[in-house]
Design a protein around this ligand. Structure first.
Ligand SMILES: Nc1ncnc2c1ncn2[C@@H]1O[C@H](COP(=O)(O)OP(=O)(O)OP(=O)(O)O)[C@@H](O)[C@H]1O
Ligand SMILES: [Mg+2]
Length: 262
């Protein structure tokens, strides 16, 4: 359902994403992990068609982001890191506006909005002004705008950041429901980034970890946490790796190169 093929993004000298490939199956919820600046947001922006890669491509629901960009973009719902919600707008006109941007025909917009309101638990606040809603509800509006055009793929960049523990639980259950829907509803394939490792344990089936732009882990959660290992240990090990190598490199350089005694 999502296929990333050698995605690379350079900003001048900086390689923000370096030859990242992975695939995500239908209905999977994948946790996208990595320290600050690892390249998660950059990768997500590329997958959603927000920004072109320097190299590589991606296929979303069968559509290549270069060859069929419109169809690829229509197949994905995106909750960006800092969603620009319009605080002065009410919930329904905002969702209608987003549906319009996604080219949902007028006759299907109403239905899409109703479905998004219902699935995101927004029915009671449907007539409210977005700016007056609590942060948790605004986050639900963010999710609703990601699903209003009923895309099969969802890319969620830190969906629970800044929420209180109860709101976090709420959003997590919502994400789980979106991947395992009731009859007749779209089953979403989801990639979400987060810094909360228990979140990954709670809702993801698979973990992809990137560090300094490179993919270093891509495995089922169950496999990673078998034998009593925790995700915290994995994260520490995978992200400390380069620091250790750098320190070793620096020590070797300082002591006369690789051949020198430690
Ligand atoms: N528009 C840009 N111009 C130049 N460099 C950028 C730009 N956007 C991102 N970067 C750099 O690319 C790297 C990856 O950034 P990115 O935002 O993808 O990381 P991230 O994994 O999402 O981090 P975080 O956990 O902090 O959200 C960083 O070094 C960042 O400074
Ligand atoms: Mg980010």
């Amino acid at each position: 359902m999502i296929e990333a093929k050698g995605i690379t993004k350079r900003y001048g000298e900086l390689v923000a994403v370096d030859d990242v490939s992975f695939s995500v199956e239908k209905g999977e919820v994948v946790g996208f992990l990595g320290p600050n600046g690892a390249g998660k947001t950059t990768t997500m922006r590329i997958l959603t068609g927000f920004m072109p890669p320097t190299d590589g491509t991606a296929v979303i629901a069968g559509f290549d982001i270069f060859e069929e960009p419109v169809a690829a973009r229509r197949s994905v719902g995106y909750l960006p890191e800092n969603l620009p919600l319009y605080p002065e707008m009410s919930v329904i006109p905002y969702l209608d506006y987003v549906a319009k941007i996604h080219d949902v025909p007028r006759r299907r917009r109403r239905e899409g909005i109703e479905r998004a309101l219902e699935r995101c638990g927004l029915t009671e606040v449907r007539t409210r002004v977005i700016g007056d809603l609590s942060k948790g509800f605004r986050q639900r509006v963010g999710l609703a705008q990601a699903i209003v055009h009923d895309p099969p793929v969802l890319i969620l960049d830190e969906p629970t950041v800044g929420l209180d523990p109860l709101q976090i639980q709420d959003i997590r259950s919502l994400i789980t429901e979106l991947a395992a829907p009731r009859d007749g509803e779209t089953q979403h394939t989801i990639i979400l980034s987060t810094h909360i490792l228990p979140e990954v344990a709670a809702i993801c089936q698979r973990v992809i970890l990137i560090n300094e732009g490179r993919k270093t882990v891509d495995a089922p959660l169950a496999e990673l946490t078998s034998q009593g290992h925790s995700l915290e240990e994995l994260f520490a090990r995978e992200t400390a790796h380069d620091v250790v190598a750098e320190q070793r490199g620096a020590a070797e350089a300082g002591s006369g190169g690789p051949g020198a005694a430690p």
